[in-house]
Design a protein around this ligand. Structure first.
Ligand code: SF4
Length: 454
């Protein structure tokens, strides 16, 4: 029952198992109604992030940039930021602008909150300005998940103010798919909970066709709801906060004394049971029959497919919370997550895997702060049957001659990444069926005589 964390064989990073910090912040701002993300830095950062988000979500994604030049880099970006804000207000008339910094503006030490104060004081007294929420996202010391959590925290600290208590619930879903957010909304409604989800990009990043171009797609958490956060009674946070950092729900708890619940991503029976228990406690209602039936079908499927799963080996990689949840789920099915890897370096994965290692009595190889070269090196020795993670692992899976089951973000080489359901009994069921069918399909493909059912 030990956890292995052997040192990497090289020091340089090549193809990191993480993405850029302001990307996570942009995703959060895309989940706010009437909001536009603005990157304070060079144009290339906005282009890279737009490209990444568009190739996963297959939706038009506007992200503004303050367009640094050589001069800006030497003398500071205040004028560029001011011009960008004015242009956005004229062209988009947004309700909110989320200003995320990039490596360059952080490196030269631009004081964005001060620039914003000066910008506001320079406007006409009766000018109607959007909310402008800054977030510091230096990518050289964080990942897309750090940017994601930092943007949520900035929104909460900007909006939450003391208000009379209501029985409302705010759910922080973590960086999950648009389909996951829709499913969470359905679940909360099943338990008759008056709720908001922060962020909610279930429609903004997975909507229907438009009659004309929408500069800012409809949907998202409204600023009116954000302004009421200080009166909410409950917060649920999916995923674990990095050690030593206060999450948005922890901030609400200590500032406004709401009741806070945290749990891992609800993937697998045990993790979903824990989430359902929270919903039951808050709502004082038992899960509806339909949810209990979904759980029963999933248990039945585990039993049906055990012969295909038992002792199969998987390499799991991606965001720490997602990897930890996937590892817990795989262990329930008899599949061994022989390597669990993430590009983050915040202790979440190690802490969660230590618990799983103790529960299961399995020795699990865990790596934080890894790149794909290291994942490849370790995987070659472990001889896994398949990989479970995002599209960035495809080249390794190809070299190893094993299948990649795509989950999480980014999924560039398939359609529907935003519609993959990971969460709850229902999402686990879909994931489980995909994994088992992948194992069967690969066995058929590798067999010299084929395998079929006559
Ligand atoms: S320079 Fe920094 S902020 Fe810009 S794309 Fe690269 S990692 Fe992201």
């Amino acid at each position: 029952m030990k956890m292995q964390t052997t040192a990497p064989s090289h020091t340089a990073t090549s193809n990191p198992c993480k993405l850029c910090s302001p990307l996570g912040a942009c995703l959060v701002f895309k989940g706010i109604k009437g909001a536009l993300p603005l990157l304070h830095g060079s144009q290339g950062c906005a282009t890279y992030i737009r490209r990444y988000l568009i190739s996963h979500y297959k939706e038009p994604i506007d992200i503004a940039s303050s367009n640094f030049t050589e001069t800006t880099t030497v003398f500071g970006g205040k004028n560029n930021l001011t011009n960008a804000l004015k242009n956005i207000c004229t062209q988009y008339t947004p309700e909110l602008i989320g200003v995320a910094t990039t490596c360059l503006s952080e490196t030269i030490g631009d004081d964005v909150p001060q620039y914003l104060r000066e910008f506001k004081s320079e406007q006409e007294p009766n000018a109607r300005l959007p909310h402008i929420v800054p977030v510091s996202t230096p990518s050289y010391q964080g990942t897309h998940m750090d940017g994601f959590h930092a943007a949520i925290k900035s929104l909460v600290t900007y909006f939450a103010a003391p208000l009379p208590r209501t029985q409302r619930v705010v759910l922080f879903p973590n960086m999950v798919s648009s389909a996951d957010i829709r499913y969470l909304k359905e679940l909360l409604a099943d338990f008759a909970l008056d709720h908001i989800i922060l962020p909610d990009y279930s429609c903004t990043l997975d909507g229907g066709p438009w009659d004309g171009y929408q500069k800012i797609p409809s949907g998202g958490t409204s600023v009116e709801d954000l302004a009421k956060l200080g009166g909410f009674a409950f917060a649920i946070e999916l995923g674990r906060s990095p050690a030593g950092q206060e999450s948005a729900s922890a901030y609400l708890e200590h500032k406004f004394t709401l009741k806070r619940y945290t749990t891992g991503l609800p993937i697998g029976i045990q993790a979903t049971d824990e989430f359902m228990q929270i919903l039951e406690t808050i709502s004082r209602q038992s899960p509806p029959q339909a949810i209990r039936e979904e759980r029963g079908r999933l248990l039945d499927a585990y039993a049906d497919a055990h012969k295909y799963c038992f002792e199969k080996k998987a390499v799991v990689f991606g965001e720490a919370d997602m990897v930890a949840a996937m590892a817990g789920f795989l262990l329930e099915t008899g599949i061994i997550p022989v390597l669990c890897a993430t590009g983050s370096h915040n202790g979440i994965l190690k802490a969660e895997l230590e618990k799983l290692s103790c529960q299961s009595g399995r020795s699990l190889e865990v790596r934080e702060g890894v790149d794909f070269e290291e994942i490849h090196d370790i995987s070659r020795k472990l001889k896994p049957d398949f990989m479970l993670g995002n599209s960035k692992g495809y080249s390794i899976a190809r070299k190893l001659g094993i299948p990649l089951v795509r989950v999480g973000f980014p999924i560039h080489d398939r359609i529907g990444g935003q519609r993959i359901l990971h969460l709850g009994y229902r999402g686990t069921q879909q994931l489980f069926d995909r994994i088992v069918n992948t194992i069967i399909e690969n066995t058929q493909a590798q067999s010299p005589v084929g395998y079929t059912y006559m």
